[in-house]
Design a protein around this ligand. Structure first.
Ligand code: ZN
Length: 605
């Protein structure tokens, strides 16, 4: 089969200690005497310029006697004088353990296509072959392969020939080579696998069972499972978190402890976080990988592609990732509302929500959300967190305004039928158009407010319609993320100067100074190292205690180093703002409210 393909890629871990993959690209029948080869600057799903080509070391061409090679820019090469089959050879340095790049050492090899496979201009649509080769080392002779690529012919460990429909398909299947645990379960008769690399004590039976329920939940929401295989490719580490979506798989990075639930009936926070991550990426197999923004189709990966729609692709996905956990029965309603309260708290604590709209957050993801600095909490709002709350507001509004005849679930099914399934991109106002069509409601005012203004999302009246009370109260301390309460107790606010300290010290270093805060007004800045409050040495452990103790005097004398210069600031603390969300499940709401709540959370009668 390989011999009929226009392009044949071969990749092999060539030097584990030096972290080098060797890649060969055979072009048996070049279309012209001149070929342009390029590597993507970014990887779909992660909206930041990463310049993967910077990790290409040594690139050469063989064949076609007169062929010569010239580099045109940071990621593009031109081959001239091509008069027959040519082979391009290069090595890729792989030493970044994230879900977006490539990593190789004596324990395993891992790569994403955009890091390693050159694109041949003009041949993007051609089917191509890919040969995965094992390292020539005794110590790696038990390595196996985990990938969702289409198999052509492979040996028992999974090395051998694979194929892809086109370049886009080629770079959409991350590959793991090494030793891993593999679990398998079925969803609507389709084989799903979970491969776990790294040391772990995963609760394998429970994981298979819970993931199966979550996947079934998503598949039944969309009414169709458009895949014939799926792979959760997981790397377990001591401390890490991340995921990237693909059409037939996802790459995940998680804390190894999150894979274990220690025999508990109720999912622990870490295990729940891992289920939420899997749920999120699996939902993406519809929403963003198949239901796609129009601008992502045909615009290449060489430079930024801007869209105002990430609130829908990441926000709606973030709404459904946790909702699916409760609807599938993996967590209970109280546990779900705890997650929701934490999301509301996260949005509420950053003044950036009053400065940037959701649509702007989405459009500027490349330079703002993905390049956050000390001013990010003041300047930007997350299209994940606020996007999830916008999706919640939209869902509850639709349910209310249609007397529970329609919900966001119907909108998602329509997006799938009209855009995802036929492969038609979603225009910048396309989600709003489908909402209008499916619900028959004029929600232009809602969208204007939620997407294009910085007005607060008024969630309390919406949650009230499903028998959930919301209140915002002052934080009870640095570990207080909000949550669920049986009754709302009075919390009196501590004095606050409006700063966040850097984790881990040494000293009380300001990570963030919130805009409009007492600290900002007194002239303190991010990076300043506080050394004393009212003459007493201050560190992360006693910071809040000293602020509390001195606040009665109304003004704090704070000594801090900026660079190596000691400075003094007079700060007037204020009561901490009510920025922490608490939710309460109304025990016995009216029959209508109770039915709507059950319906929304997928709870039994
Ligand atoms: Zn996502």
């Amino acid at each position: 089969m390989m011999q009929f393909l226009d392009l044949r890629y071969h990749i092999k871990p060539i030097d584990l200690a030096a972290h080098l993959f060797a890649v060969e690209l055979e072009i048996p029948r070049p279309l012209s005497a001149e070929l342009t080869l390029t590597l993507p600057a970014w990887i779909p799903g992660s909206y930041m310029i990463r310049d993967f080509a910077r990790h290409i070391v040594s690139l050469s061409v063989e064949g076609g006697d007169r062929a010569s090679l010239r580099k045109l820019d940071k990621q593009t090469w031109r081959l001239t004088g091509v008069d027959g089959a040519v082979t391009v050879r290069y090595q890729v340095y792989a030493w970044e353990l994230t879900v977006r790049s490539a990593h190789l050492d004596t324990t395993h090899g891992y790569f994403n296509g955009p890091s390693v496979f050159l694109r041949v201009e003009g041949l993007e649509q051609s089917p191509c072959g890919l040969e995965l080769l094992p390292p020539d080392l005794q110590c790696a002779n038990d390595w196996r392969v985990a990938t969702s690529l289409q198999v052509v012919s492979i040996e028992e460990h999974g090395f051998g020939l694979y194929q892809a429909d086109d370049y886009e398909d080629l770079i959409d299947h991350p590959v793991e080579m090494g030793r891993f645990t593999e679990l398998e379960f079925g969803v609507q008769g389709i084989s799903h696998r979970l491969a776990i690399t790294g040391r772990h004590r995963a609760d394998q039976d429970r994981l298979s069972r819970d993931l199966q329920r979550i996947c079934e939940q998503h598949a039944s929401l969309f009414g169709e499972l458009p895949i014939d295989r799926y792979l959760f490719l997981t790397t377990a580490v001591g401390d890490g978190y991340g995921g990237l979506e693909h059409r037939y798989s996802t790459s995940l990075l998680c804390c190894r402890d999150d894979l274990t639930n220690a025999g508990e009936e109720k999912p622990a926070a870490g295990y729940r976080r891992f289920l939420g991550l899997c749920s999120h990426e699996y939902f993406h197999l519809w929403n963003v990988k198949r239901i796609r923004p129009e601008v992502f189709i045909g615009n290449g990966l060489e430079r930024e592609v801007h869209t105002r729609l990430l609130w829908a692709f990441e926000g709606i996905t973030s709404y459904y990732d946790d909702l699916a956990l409760v609807r599938s029965g993996c967590i209970d309603a109280s546990s779900y509302l705890e997650l929701l309260a934490e999301t509301i708290t996260r949005v509420q604590r950053n003044p950036g929500r009053l400065n940037q709209t959701l649509a702007e957050s989405s459009f500027d993801a490349w330079t703002k959300f993905y390049k956050q600095d000390e001013n990010a909490p003041n300047a930007i709002v997350s299209y994940y967190a606020k996007g999830a709350l916008a999706a919640l507001a939209l869902d509850l509004t639709i349910r209310h305004d249609t007397n529970d005849q329609v919900s966001l679930d119907d909108v998602m099914r329509a997006l799938w039928q009209r855009h995802g399934k036929p492969g038609i991109g979603v225009s910048e106002r396309g989600v709003e158009a489908v909402v209008a069509d499916v619900t028959g409601l004029d929600l232009s005012g809602f969208f204007g407010r939620v997407l294009d203004s910085t007005d607060e999302l008024d969630l309390a009246p919406l949650l009230d319609m499903v028998g959930i009370e919301l209140r915002l109260r002052p934080s009870k301390g640095s570990k207080d993320l909000g949550g669920v309460a049986d009754r709302f107790a009075v919390v009196s606010p501590e004095p606050s100067i409006g700063v966040r300290l850097r984790d881990g010290g040494p000293g009380a270093v300001l990570a963030v100074v919130l805009s409009g805060s007492p600290a900002e007004q007194a002239g303190l800045s991010a990076g300043d190292t506080l050394v004393a409050i009212d003459g007493i040495r201050v560190g992360p452990d006693n910071f809040q205690r000293l602020v509390n103790a001195a606040a009665a005097a109304e003004v704090l004398h704070i000594h801090a180093f900026r660079r190596d210069e000691l400075m003094e600031f007079l700060v007037h603390p204020r009561p901490a703002p009510a920025d922490t969300c608490e939710l309460r499940i109304v025990p016995e709401p009216s029959a209508g409210v109770s039915a709507r709540r059950r319906n929304w959370l997928g709870l039994p009668e």
